[in-house]
Design a protein. Structure first.
Length: 94
């Protein structure tokens, strides 16, 4: 065990260190590109639970895509609740 400590230390020192990624400030990015991205085009990431796992999954979409996903989920939830309560939503009034 003691023989491996110097080898382990040298291995850790020889391994490459990941470079930090620096992001330009928003004012510098718009000044250099000349065009501004619409807020709807910006990617928004969410962590979603995965059935059978304790590790959440990261999912990224644009703001408009998330709005349509949320609307579809809300419609499905209200449909499931209305079916649970015995209403079919056909407008028959019974």
């Amino acid at each position: 065990m003691i023989r491996f400590l110097p080898v382990l230390g040298l291995t850790l020192l020889a391994s490459p260190v990941p470079a930090q990624q620096t992001q330009p400030s928003p004012s510098a990015a718009t000044a250099s590109s000349g065009a501004t991205d619409a807020p709807a085009d910006k990617k928004i990431c969410r962590r979603e639970p995965v059935l059978g796992s304790i590790m959440p999954k990261r999912t990224c979409h644009t703001k408009s895509e998330w709005a349509s996903i949320d609307a579809a989920n809300n419609a499905a939830a209200s449909d499931a609740l209305s079916r649970r309560n015995g209403r079919t939503g056909t407008g028959s009034g019974s």
